[in-house]
Design a protein around this ligand. Structure first.
Ligand code: NAD
Length: 478
């Protein structure tokens, strides 16, 4: 099976065509040895919208061989940085041209609102591609002084080679762009494995790869189950690097497979349980607005979702009142409905997982102040749910839920706030709300997280914004 399907978009009275084969050497092809398919669902209706070829481990071998050949002959050190830049910019232009249709396809398969997919996910992806296109001809090494007049030392940055890229379902287009852009810019070739839940936009983007003019084999896309294609890529002896975004559990498996095979390089972007601290000086309306966004954006399916909030006890009750009324304004619904602020969860498995946590929160004695009720409708919809009176030993406080579920606790002193925030096995993100600039500086230095955000508004509060991590980077691929 390798052809094209036309997926109906009833809300818009149109169809979107998608190639359903494996994308290898700039062609959509069937599996070499398997008739397995991946069924793609619309999470808002629970209907199957397409079936795509499920790549086997032999298909991964074919894709890796294509990527290796391209690396040796038509990409890597065989093309100038300027030429790589031109092609990446061309790809960005084509994505911009097709942004609306790509967004509609993303909504069909992932559920997120069309306008958010277009303006944020795709808008950011275009910027990301253009940003790295700008770097392609500027990645240079250093000359190093040595203690001898007859010698000179220099370093040169070279592409790693064939990169396996394994991405999750929560931002399928973003994750694709964040992975391919820096790798292409420095001259790596790619075997991309999109999530089995959301492979459609990666296939649509592959059509644009051909149109942009990339040589065959530079970007290959193999939709596959994680335990099949993901595992085969991670263990492959001719893959030089794996760039992975997804769960901590899978990250551990990938690191192990890399170690047991050829000791390939690995970069892992994993989960989070990011704390947000609300100090008594904070503008509570603003803090509530940011906190609502922090848990409702992408329906909470976000690695840096602000899923644990700690509030200074002098403003605790007031903040919760403002937050509950703010969160209530977010409409969870079909992504094709313009009123929708958050779509359904991506799958039945994710839906059941999130409900498991809500049930656990109730059983462990946390108080529900918003949501927590099941809808009696089709679609994997979960309304924002807020728990208060939580304690640090509760499952909903310790574990990443990846849905619109918020836990709120209280603190008396700054020291206590920092201790509560840092009491986690994660360390991806954190945020604080305070109008005291020295407190912002002090606390952001104490929070043990890769990214710390002061989310108060500069002009309204006179406070500052601090941020310190780049999720992606050229350095991963050289
Ligand atoms: P997941 O780990 O289940 O899957 C991610 C990818 O890994 C998928 O493509 C999957 O097919 C593949 N995979 C699964 N098993 C594999 C195996 N044994 N070997 C190789 N690949 C395998 O994660 P998910 O459910 O798709 O995504 C949610 C998780 O991703 C959350 O934990 C979230 O925090 C994390 N995430 C992190 C970031 C970040 O930038 N840090 C961004 C988005 C999501």
């Amino acid at each position: 099976m390798a052809n094209t399907v036309k997926i109906p978009v009833p809300a818009l009275n149109k169809e979107i065509s998608v190639s359903t084969g494996l994308f290898i050497n700039n062609e959509f092809v069937p599996s070499v040895d398997s008739s397995e398919v991946i069924q793609c669902f619309n999470p808002a209706t629970e209907e199957i919208i397409a079936s795509v070829v499920a790549g086997s481990s032999k298909d991964i071998d074919v894709a890796v061989a294509a990527a290796r050949k391209a690396f040796k002959t038509s990409w890597g050190k065989n093309v100038t940085g300027w030429e790589r830049s031109r092609l990446i910019n061309k790809l960005a232009d084509l994505i911009e041209r097709d942004a609306q249709e790509l967004a509609e396809l993303e909504t069909l398969n992932n559920g997120k609102p069309v306008a958010i997919a277009r303006d944020f996910d795709i808008g950011d992806s275009i910027q990301c591609l253009r940003y790295y296109a700008g770097w392609a001809d500027k990645v240079t090494g250093q000359t190093i002084e040595v203690d001898n007049k007859s010698k000179m030392a220099f370093t040169r940055h070279e592409p790693i080679g064939v990169c396996g890229q394994i991405i999750p379902w929560n931002y399928p287009i973003n994750m694709w762009a964040w992975k391919v852009a820096p790798a292409l810019a420095v001259g790596c070739t790619i075997v991309m494995k999109p999530s089995e839940l959301t492979p459609l936009t990666a296939l649509k983007l592959s059509e644009l790869v051909v149109e942009a003019g990339f040589p065959p084999g530079v970007i290959n896309t193999v939709p596959s189950l994680g335990s099949v294609g993901g595992a085969a890529l991670s263990a492959h002896p001719d893959v030089d690097k794996i760039a992975f975004t997804g769960s901590t559990l899978t990250g551990r498996k990938i690191m192990e497979a890399a170690a047991k095979s050829n000791l390939k390089k690995v970069s892992l972007e994993l989960g989070g349980k990011s704390p947000q601290l609300i100090f008594e000086s904070a503008d509570l309306q603003q803090a509530a607005a940011w906190s609502a966004l922090g848990i409702c954006y992408n329906t909470g399916q976000d690695c840096t979702a602000g899923s644990r909030i700690y509030v200074q006890d002098t403003v605790y009750d007031k903040f919760i009142d403002v937050l509950v009324s703010t969160v209530k304004e977010t409409v969870i619904g079909n992504g094709f409905d313009q009123k929708t602020g958050g779509g359904p969860l991506v799958s039945k498995a994710q839906f059941d997982r999130v409900w498991g946590y809500i049930d656990a929160g109730k059983a462990e004695g946390a108080k529900v102040v918003l949501g927590g009720e099941r809808r009696n409708t089709k679609g994997f919809f979960v309304d924002p749910t807020i728990f208060t009176d939580v304690s640090s030993d509760m499952k909903i406080v310790k574990e990443e839920i990846f849905g619109p579920v918020l836990s709120i606790g209280r603190f008396k002193t700054e020291e206590e706030a920092v201790a509560l925030a840092n009491n986690t096995t994660y360390g991806l993100g954190a945020g604080l709300h305070s109008t005291d600039a020295s407190q912002c500086m002090r606390v952001s230095g104490l929070l043990e997280a890769g990214t710390v955000r002061d989310l108060s508004d500069v002009t309204a509060s006179g406070s500052i914004r601090i941020s310190s991590i780049l999720f992606i980077g050229l350095g991963q691929f050289i």
